[in-house]
Design a protein around this ligand. Sequence first.
Ligand code: SAH
Ligand code: AVI
Length: 321
Amino acid sequence: MTIAGQTALRAAPSVETTDVFAADIIAGLTAKTKRLPAKYFYDAAGSALFERITQLPEYYPTRCELALLREHAPAIASLFPPNCALIEFGSGGSKKARLVLGAAATVEAYVPVDISGDYLQQDVPALRRDFPHLAVHPVVADFTQSFAIPAAISPLPRVGFFPGSTIGNFEPDEAVNFLRHAGAMLGRGAVLVIGVDLVKDANVLWPAYNDAEGVTAKFNLNLLTRINRELGADFDLATFHHRAFYNRRRSRIEMHLVSARHQEIRVNGTTVHFRAGETIHTENSYKYTPATFAALAKRAGWSRLRVFTDGMFCVQTIRYQ
Ligand code: SAH
Ligand code: AVI
């Protein structure tokens, strides 16, 4: 893929070969409890819908995190070693990185990593224009797998950036594994700046995932459109609907797609049976307290430095031991 005249590093094997996508989808749809990996939401249409979600009045996390980063970017940047490389996991449009980069003049290189090549591409030319001293090395990769770091940044100390509470889309044990893997990649003593959505009243959480305009529903249903397009499946979107609710016991929002009726769907040569009311579990979004998140990070070898919070969301800085 060419980005502003440069080649974006693509992980090998390719992040989303049709074979891997097909195998994951069939495995998820034929499991006893049907579920699909949330990382597959982010094709071009899904990324654009997520962008719209971030602007919804009900979806507070983006606004809260942007305000925290605006206010505390200088304190965050003061933790960075000189002449470092900032590696962002799930960068999307890099809007939040701009706030950190603006306060951290000594960052030499920025490596946005995202599974969605289109989304990644969007802001790279503008970033190069607005931060002319900065080397920008986009990487299209699945950050849950090993991926190659651009050779140009190998001599630089590394800082990690993982905003958006995307960590909440992992199961807690997966989050620990991810943090271990990120620690190994960033190196001992490295700092990670991570956004974490906080446990709060269900009356605030519920509308954030059930917006009045129905954008989150479209985002959820778009996964079926993607499966239809890429795997020649025959999901009739009119027979599935979005359901999101707060599972208080597990401190997570669950998103599902509910089949309105008994039906059979053909997906890449496999027949998938649905009972009326049966769901596909498409996403979890775990909510933490600053303390439960620090304990989770500790299990992965990270110790807490500072916590910036407005009571709704928190940005934590943690160091790899
Ligand atoms: N960081 C941005 C975007 C968050 S949305 C923000 O805070 O607003 C989650 C982002 O992570 C999307 O851009 C999605 O494409 C990316 N993503 C999700 N799972 C991923 C994975 N396994 N590997 C790489 N990128 C992933
Ligand atoms: C990217 N991630 C943290 C979002 C979340 O809130 O869990 C994805 C999302 N799903 C529905 N709305 C937003």
